[in-house]
Design a protein around this ligand. Structure first.
Ligand code: FAD
Length: 385
């Protein structure tokens, strides 16, 4: 597709660089990482050395130019090569690093940000709990203020990167205060006492990313590590989800694009009834629908990223982008597998992996039902009678 009107010269160059890197260094390992549920340490180190972990961060802290438009370009290319790697990258960059960078004082930034940009410190973002996912304001992990420091007790679950991370951003309830105003956000050093990590194995997709439960048992955190004001935690989480959903949308576009390209190639090689599959109109219609949906998803994602980069409201737009892109990834990966027939049903075929990887984009960072709630609530407000 001709992207020259939609992307600047610099963004096109970034896309080319990331595409070449991801196809050369990430894609060849995607199958084995998936099969072995192996964390993509080398992929993340390679991405750190390209400088993309610091996208949009002050150069004085080691960051580079750009914003969410650039991050979306980067993540689409990583996800096309290995969705699991893109999940680890997103949890580190657009969840944890973005939370710390955007809601910290200068002395906190200086302490935490450079190591994360260089990939020395991997981050994990800890909101979900065993009894609370979609309704984050109901979380029950407890924090008590004690002699100027904070003590955490409770459990977080489904946390990406938890096992490999050295820094966590933890959302918890301060001094048992009710509601969303009672939630604080703390940076927690993984080596603090009282932390137990229980890896969760056996995921359906994005198996190169790691997922774990974290138990905090009287874990002491210095007052230095509070992000924003004590009562800001919920607001921070919601703002970060608003922007990170744009990046999940670009992950979904990358998964969809990767599987469509496999289908385009296979449908021109495989013959049935004396002609390539691609010459049967039913197959052509599937390919056309997939390509059209992907372009629409990419445009919605780009619009949301543009709004975010201009500091304009983008809650509805990022929810729409995530909703449409994730359902597009579901649709396209299904059609791509169908076009591969029986061969697509085997694990050594990348379309089988894309099909499994697509599903999570409809669940995490707010499920499709939650995106619909966000969109409906906001459009009803806009057209109130
Ligand atoms: C692989 C993986 C990685 C993850 N990584 C992280 C991470 O790094 N950090 C983190 O904090 N969390 C993470 N999560 C958690 C993820 O964000 C939650 O699983 C998700 O928000 C859904 O929460 P839940 O699983 O508790 O489902 P529930 O909230 O129990 O919802 C169950 C179902 O009910 C639907 N539902 C709920 N409420 C409503 C409603 N009001 N109306 C209509 N339908 C509704 C949901 O859409 C869903 O389909 C991860 C999850 C997975 C599986």
């Amino acid at each position: 597709m001709n992207n020259s009107l939609l992307l600047t010269e610099e963004q096109l160059l970034l896309k080319k660089t990331l595409s070449e890197f991801s196809q050369k260094h990430i894609a060849p390992h995607a199958h084995l990482l998936d099969q072995n549920e192996q964390f993509p340490t080398e992929n993340l180190q390679g991405l750190a050395s390209l400088g993309v972990m610091g996208t949009g961060i002050d150069p004085e802290l080691g960051g580079s130019s750009g914003g969410y438009q650039e991050l979306a370009v980067v993540v689409e290319e990583i996800a096309k090569a290995c969705a699991g790697t893109s999940t680890s990258f997103i949890a580190h960059v657009s969840l944890t690093l973005a939370t710390i960078y955007n809601f910290s004082r200068p002395d906190q930034r200086e302490k935490f940000v450079p190591g994360m940009i260089e990939g020395r410190d991997i981050g994990a973002w800890c909101l979900t709990e065993p009894d609370c996912g979609s309704d984050a304001s109901a979380l029950s992990c407890q924090v008590e203020k004690n002699n100027g420091s904070y003590v955490i007790n409770g459990t977080k679950t489904f946390i990406t990167n938890a096992n490999e991370a050295s820094l966590f951003t933890v959302f918890a309830r301060l001094n048992n205060q009710p509601g969303s105003k009672g939630i604080i956000c703390l940076v927690v050093d993984r080596h603090s006492p009282g932390i137990t990590i229980n890896p969760l194995k056996g995921k359906m997709g994005i198996r190169a990313s790691s997922t774990a439960e974290i138990d905090f048992n009287n874990t002491k955190v210095p007052a230095f590590n509070v992000l924003g004001q004590e009562e800001d935690g919920f607001k921070i989480a919601m703002q970060i989800l608003d922007s990170s959903r744009i990046i999940i949308a670009s992950q979904a576009v990358g998964i969809a694009q990767g599987s469509l390209e496999k289908a385009l190639s296979y449908s021109q090689q495989r013959q049935t009834f004396n002609r390539p599959l691609a010459q049967h109109q039913a197959i052509q219609f599937m390919l056309a629908d997939c390509a059209t949906k992907i372009e629409a998803a990419r445009l919605l994602t780009r619009r949301a990223a543009l709004l975010k980069d201009q500091n304009l409201p983008h809650t509805i737009e990022s929810a729409m982008a995530k909703l449409f892109a994730s359902e597009t990834a579901h649709f396209v990966t299904d059609k791509a597998l169908q076009i591969h027939g029986g061969y697509g049903f085997f694990k050594d075929n990348p379309v089988e992996r894309y099909y499994r990887d697509a599903k999570i984009t409809e669940i995490y960072e707010g499920s499709s039902e939650i995106q619909r709630l966000v969109i409906a609530r906001n459009i009803l407000k806009l057209y109130q009678i």
